[in-house]
Design a protein around this ligand. Structure first.
Ligand code: SF4
Length: 293
């Protein structure tokens, strides 16, 4: 009886994930989905398809010397919905039991807890004054994919969790469209406290808070960081280039591979750009060897 219940739940989960996936594809403007062998189902395992990157001439004043941005040729694949016979939702982002530093997933989890404890009831910048909760980050501490947003909004501040408002719902769909669930990835923000009226964080606030994000990245050691929106991309890449000029390619900085894309809140206001976000997610999927479903 229990096995039947489990199976029923599993089927319901698959139906739910499939619905999320199709909804996101529909929103990106995909008109049809294929049921035969998908053109992109080979992933990275066969012939790493992300374009070979060529070093970009350093833009004066935009990047510190040691940073190397690699520019990839534009992904010229058309936005196409692909749907394999073998529907494998929740592909997972499993890694070896122990990383090259000898850390297990529980070690990473503990180190993140220690970091959260170190932050405490932080007053290192003026944003402490208006916050309800510090929004530290949630997800799988041992993931290969980290999403970084700007900072908490009203709902996030209330619940103490990142991306739980309308933009969060869209991010969940985007993750679902990759064949993943939120628990497969880690989600954090550049700043941990909500700025008043959701204004952009100021420089002193970023300098005070950025070390926490850097430490999160150092603990998790993700294979890919998806920078959600201008602000996260600018902070992570230390550049002021517009997001439209940064997205669509992989940037390498401090040995991390960073793929900037539009912030889900922006996509809610500009639905016509969703197909570009989907292209960016496909770049990430290839990089991680995830199957396009
Ligand atoms: S935004 Fe960061 S540095 Fe500022 S009070 Fe919050 S946790 Fe501390």
């Amino acid at each position: 009886m229990k096995a039947k219940t489990d199976l029923g739940k599993e089927i319901l989960d698959i139906v739910k994930d499939t619905k999320e996936y199709l909804l996101f594809l529909k929103e990106t403007g995909v008109a049809e989905v294929f049921t035969e062998e998908p053109p992109m189902s080979q992933g990275l395992t066969k012939g790493h398809e992300n374009p070979v990157c060529h070093p970009e001439p350093k833009a004066k004043g935009l990047m510190p010397r040691e940073n190397q941005i690699l520019r990839c040729a534009q992904n010229d694949s058309k936005v196409a919905g692909v749907f394999s016979d073998e529907l494998s939702m929740n592909q997972g982002l499993t890694r070896d039991a122990v990383d090259r530093r000898g850390l297990t997933p529980s070690d990473k989890s503990r180190r993140l807890e220690d970091l959260r404890a170190k932050i405490g009831e932080c007053k290192r910048c003026k944003l402490w004054n208006g916050r309800t909760n510090i929004v530290f980050g949630t997800g799988n501490p041992d993931t290969r994919l980290l999403f970084v947003g700007e900072g908490p909004g009203e709902e996030e501040d209330r619940q103490g969790k990142p991306f739980v408002g309308r933009a969060g719902e869209l991010l969940t769909k985007m993750i679902g469209a990759m064949g993943l669930v939120r628990d497969d990835v880690y989600i954090a923000n550049v700043i941990k406290c909500r700025p008043p009226q959701n204004r952009n964080p100021e420089e002193d606030e970023i300098s005070a808070c950025k070390p926490f994000l850097e430490e999160q990245i150092e603990i998790i050691q993700p294979q890919v960081i998806c920078a959600l929106g201008t602000f996260a991309a600018h902070t992570l890449l230390e550049t002021e280039v517009k997001i439209s000029g940064l997205r669509g390619k992989i940037h390498v900085k401090d040995n991390y591979r960073i793929v900037p894309t539009f912030h889900p809140a922006y996509l809610l206001r500009n639905a016509g750009q969703k197909h570009l976000a989907w292209e960016d997610l496909q770049i990430i999927m290839k990089e991680l060897g995830l199957k396009n479903m």
